[in-house]
Design a protein around this ligand. Structure first.
Ligand SMILES: Nc1ncnc2c1ncn2[C@@H]1O[C@H](COP(=O)(O)OP(=O)(O)O)[C@@H](O)[C@H]1O
Ligand SMILES: [Mg+2]
Length: 290
């Protein structure tokens, strides 16, 4: 059974889509069948892989509405082992159209269920909001990968997401784990980056991915060519970092004895509230040094 990873952070511009595209491409390049699902009405993962806007195309919108199967939505890509379920801006309507629908949080999970045997990894690119679309992705997922920038208040911004994850665990998806926190657009030379990295390491422990993604122009250019960075410029620092990240996640999975999904940064004795309090502390400390 494949692993479903939701790339989520309610903050926009932190590198979710860049991470989703390039991580999925790197899994595929490692010769495992991988599916990228665009769950964001902005459809940046779809255009980033070179697909032009087309409201007629079967997309994640149709999956959520139960109007098509995931099989019908599958698109092949330039990479042999990478498939895409695209999005279109009509997806924004699903938030409203599903508001009274029965089992509205389970739509994505149920739609992807028939494909889970076929793909070793299913990567979900989430919108920058904790809305019904992100909720569907987090209910469908085995684990969340959280891209973050090393900046002041980084932890503060994450408390709402961790709180949401905790509530989803309690109510909708008890086995939801945290795949990791990955630092994006990093400039390791700055004192600020070093300091924030130390804080995050302290807070997230082993959940902070060893791989960090540097700020790299190739990563920003690649989507305008409709390509993953490893196709656009395989030797770029950006492409290399996502190849390493994929390797780290694959290795961690094979090294795990029990189901990884049962552990998390929020251990059993911590309630959702405790999580928020804990997070407030390091963010405060960071602030003092400003
Ligand atoms: N490591 C990076 N180096 C340089 N630019 C990046 C990097 N990661 C993301 N970007 C750029 O930053 C912007 C926001 O990234 P994106 O992945 O779209 O974030 P999100 O999906 O969280 O909104 C995009 O223009 C993207 O090309
Ligand atoms: Mg995005």
């Amino acid at each position: 059974m494949g692993r479903v990873i939701a790339v989520a952070n309610q903050k926009g511009g932190v590198g979710k889509t860049t991470t989703a595209i390039n991580l999925a491409a790197s899994f595929a390049a490692a010769e495992v069948n991988t599916l990228l699902v665009d769950c964001d009405p902005q459809s940046n993962a779809t255009s980033g892989l070179g697909f032009i806007k087309d409201p007629e195309r079967v997309s994640s919108y149709h999956l959520l509405l139960g109007a098509a199967t995931a099989e019908e939505a599958l698109l092949t890509t330039e990479l042999e082992q990478l498939w895409l379920i695209p999005a279109h801006k009509n997806l924004i309507g699903a938030n409203l159209e599903l508001v009274d629908a029965e089992g509205r949080e389970y739509r994505m999970r149920d739609a992807l269920a028939p494909l889970r045997e076929r793909f070793q990894f299913i990567v979900l690119d989430c919108p920058p909001a904790l809305d019904l679309l992100t909720l569907n992705a987090l209910v469908a997922a085995d684990a969340v990968l959280i891209p973050m920038q090393a900046e002041y208040f980084a932890l503060e911004g994450i408390s709402e997401l961790l709180d949401t994850i905790e509530r989803i665990r309690e109510a909708l998806n008890p086995s939801l784990g945290i795949e990791g926190v990955v630092l994006t657009m990093l400039d390791e030379r700055t004192n600020l980056a070093q300091q924030v990295m130390a804080e995050l390491k302290n807070y997230f422990g082993a959940k902070l991915c060893q791989t960090t993604v540097p700020r790299n122009i190739r990563l920003a250019e690649a989507p305008s060519h409709g390509k993953a960075a490893l196709v656009y410029d395989p030797r770029s620092k950006g492409a290399e970092s996502y190849i390493r990240l994929a390797k780290e996640i694959i290795e961690r999975q094979t090294a795990d004895v029990g189901p990884q999904t049962s552990e998390s940064v929020t251990t059993e004795e911590h309630s959702g509230e405790a999580v928020v309090e804990e997070i407030a502390a390091p963010a405060g400390e960071m602030d003092k040094t400003a």
